[in-house]
Write a protein that binds this ligand. Structure first.
Ligand SMILES: NC(=O)c1ccc[n+]([C@@H]2O[C@H](COP(=O)([O-])OP(=O)(O)OC[C@H]3O[C@@H](n4cnc5c(N)ncnc54)[C@H](OP(=O)(O)O)[C@@H]3O)[C@@H](O)[C@H]2O)c1
Length: 252
């Protein structure tokens, strides 16, 4: 959608979500922002207000289905949502203990159920209006199971496939769907990685690329292209070729 005026973003308290909120903030724009960390969310709200946007900032866990539904319906009532960005997500590094049994379950819950809890409550109203746009945060890690991050890469593959299918399923309803597949972006999530990250980019640069991709209604917004191409190729090649290489990669 070229000029969305009412935008909802989860995971807006940090990293890519915060950078997206600030990238969209301008006079005449309404932002419904969510995160769990009240202080960080307050700072992002202040930056968006300073840019002239109207901001509704809410502390809500994406895993809380009822509260997510109530928050999204409220936001839509206060101004019909043009764009919903399901961005919140976690990795093994977010909790600092890698992909333990508990953290693997949390990753699937936050990154998959959290996306459903964001997307589904917005759909009925968008369908009624016959317009709207949904953006789902996946990753280049979705193209090939990563031995260093099995739950994370699997969760991102699930939401990428879901988004790609939804795009076709919702086309006749006038609702656009895009999936976002970033490479390495500087954020609290990548701050936890101890290994060298090729083509690591700043969150505000990533937000600019995502915003332009959404304005063009791109089905898949994947960047930077060399990292995307390498990940795509790794997913296309037979495991017999890629397994020995992937076994040597560092853990998330
Ligand atoms: N950085 C990268 O290189 C990269 C690459 C590809 C994809 N991604 C994806 O981009 C998205 C944003 O990540 P980021 O890199 O910006 O990391 P980040 O700085 O850690 O931001 C994650 C955001 O998600 C929120 N969040 C996490 N779990 C939540 C929950 N249960 N309920 C509500 N909010 C929750 C966090 O809220 P709190 O403030 O409460 O922590 C925070 O605002 C994630 O989906 C991630 O998988 C990141």
């Amino acid at each position: 959608m070229r000029n969305p005026a009412s935008i909802l973003i989860t995971g807006a308290s940090s990293g890519i979500g915060a950078a997206l909120a600030i990238a969209y903030a301008a006079p005449g724009i309404s932002l419904a922002l969510a995160g769990r960390d009240r202080e960080r969310l307050k700072d992002v709200r202040a930056a968006c207000l300073a840019a002239g946007a109207q901001v509704m900032a809410t502390v809500v866990d994406v895993m809380d289905r009822d509260r997510m539904q109530a928050w999204i319906h409220d936001a839509d009532r206060s101004r019909p949502l043009d764009l919903v960005i399901a961005n919140a997500g976690i990795s093994g590094g977010t909790a600092g203990d890698g992909e333990s049994d508990e953290q693997s379950r949390r990753i699937f819950d936050a990154n998959i159920t959290g996306v459903l809890n964001t997307v589904h409550p917005a759909l009925a109203a968008m369908r009624r209006r016959g317009r709207g746009q949904i953006a789902i945060m996946s990753s280049v890690a979705s193209f090939r199971g990563m031995p260093g991050a099995p739950a994370y890469s699997a969760s991102k593959a699930a939401v990428r496939t879901y988004g790609e299918a939804l795009r076709g399923a919702l086309h006749a309803d006038g609702i656009a769907v895009s999936v976002i597949c970033p490479g390495f972006v500087r954020s609290r999530m990548t701050d936890a990685n101890a290994f060298r990250m090729p083509m690591l980019m700043d969150a505000d640069r990533a937000a600019g690329i995502i915003k332009r991709g959404l304005a063009r209604n791109r089905a898949r917004i994947a960047f930077p292209w060399p990292v995307y191409f390498a990940a795509w190729l790794a997913g296309a090649l037979p495991p017999a070729i890629t397994d020995p290489l992937f076994r040597r990669l560092p853990r998330k």
